[in-house]
Design a protein around this ligand. Sequence first.
Ligand code: ZN
Ligand code: ZN
Length: 89
Amino acid sequence: MSVKDETTFQCSSCQANWSAGEFGKDCDECGGGALKRNCTLCNSKCDSIYLRAIIDSWDTHEAHWNGSCKLPEEEKQKLIAARIYEAQG
Ligand SMILES: [Zn+2]
Ligand SMILES: [Zn+2]
């Protein structure tokens, strides 16, 4: 496939060129990745790749990702519980 795609996706907040793999480090809309990133749930312990939901990200100015963690359900629940606990301080 040609790299010279006519469609360029970029962040509407910081103008990072997602199509070129760029993303803003402190940008909510970029959210730590360009068009794809490692698993957000387990900090890439599994090798799942999440794909950006571009329209949702633009609409909300917040990163939205499509993907699911490949860890066993039990492990995932632990991570989710830990995360909620952290958020509550
Ligand atoms: Zn951005
Ligand atoms: Zn994962």
